[in-house]
Write a new protein. Sequence first.
Length: 77
Amino acid sequence: MTSTTLTILDSLSIPWYKTLSLTNPKNELTILEYQADYLLYLGFTKKQISQSMTFKEYNSIYLTVKNIQGNFAGNIH
């Protein structure tokens, strides 16, 4: 089964992630794919988006981007 989850950001509905789920009586596998529009909104570059990454890499990039944005926001007078 495949599905797309949408989110509302800045009053716009954008694709957040897609999931692909495969199940049988003994196992379940779910693959999650964040969508490019959502990642761009978070501050990822197109180059970063085009490459595969682990959750650890995703979190590292996300926290770095949020830290930079927070520092700029704190310096605005």
